[in-house]
Design a protein. Structure first.
Length: 276
């Protein structure tokens, strides 16, 4: 991507003075229309990121490349997306690092998959399980629109319970599923010691059942559950107050660390890469 100027075929975000946003793809010869006038795509192509344009009615827009958070909120959805406030917490609390091998279950519309792919980088790997083919198609379309072709993603169109026995060791399992407690034992067999188990669910009843399952298992410790509330503030001249609306509860995040059970002997497994 040429970061110096906006290119034909690239996504852009137009924002007016009232904060209204329009996300679209630049195409030579096409025109952006709104109730506040029109502006040709050709007038935007070639301009620097962060430029200003005016419509035929004189409305001023700032033109920006959308951030991942902005893209996630405006991209086509087949299933409800995980909000950016929760995606940020997932990335840090699961400690997703460059080169990590991540197991994901529940692609939805692809918001979490996008965040994971960017975090693991070109040396990492994301293995995504999704039972519904329509969700997987939508997620892959959203991923390709944002990132182009990726070779660090493997999609499995089957229940994750059926595929875990065939998976290699992973660094991080991240789940957006209604009954993640069923995966506590099978995931323990593929999650490396010291790895982090993370699950995102909408209700505290689900979180409670998962937490109890994790605490009963001798291979997990440091079980925590939390939610994130996002409240913007309006700061303008002498007016300083919280917004009347906020993104409050969206879901609960539960994390746990994989450990060697106390009563089990520690026997390091030697891999081919370690033998030279």
């Amino acid at each position: 991507m040429n970061l110096d100027s906006l290119q034909d075929g690239e996504q852009v975000l137009l924002i007016d003075q009232r904060g209204r946003r329009h996300l679209f793809i630049l195409r030579k010869g096409e025109t952006f229309h709104s109730d506040r006038g029109w502006v040709t795509h050709d007038a935007i192509i070639g301009q620097p990121d962060g430029s200003w344009v005016r419509t035929s009615k004189g409305t001023r827009y700032v033109v920006l490349r959308p951030t991942l958070a902005e893209y996630v909120l405006d991209m086509p959805r087949g299933a409800q997306v995980i909000y950016p406030k929760d995606l940020a917490m997932v990335m840090f609390w699961a400690d997703i690092f460059p080169g990590a091998r991540v197991l994901e279950a529940g692609m939805g519309s692809g918001a979490l998959t996008l965040a994971l792919l960017r975090a693991v980088g070109p040396a990492g790997r994301v293995i995504s399980y999704e039972q519904r083919e329509d969700f997987a198609r939508r997620a892959l379309a959203n991923i390709q629109l944002r990132m182009g072709e990726v070779n660090t993603l493997a999609v499995r169109l089957r229940p994750v319970e059926e595929g875990l026995a065939e998976e290699e060791t992973v660094d991080r399992p991240v789940f957006d599923l209604p009954e993640p407690w069923h995966l506590v034992e099978p995931v323990a067999r593929v999650l490396r010691s010291g790895g982090i188990f993370l699950s995102y669910v909408p209700t505290i009843i689900q979180s409670h059942q998962l937490s109890e399952a994790l605490r009963r298992h001798p291979g997990y410790t440091l079980v925590e559950t939390f939610e994130t509330l996002f409240r913007p503030w309006n700061i303008e001249n002498t007016s300083v107050r919280p917004f009347h609306r906020m993104v409050a509860h969206t879901g609960f995040i539960t994390v746990a660390r994989r450990v060697v059970p106390e009563d089990a002997p520690f026997q390091p497994r030697i891999t081919v890469s370690e033998v030279e």
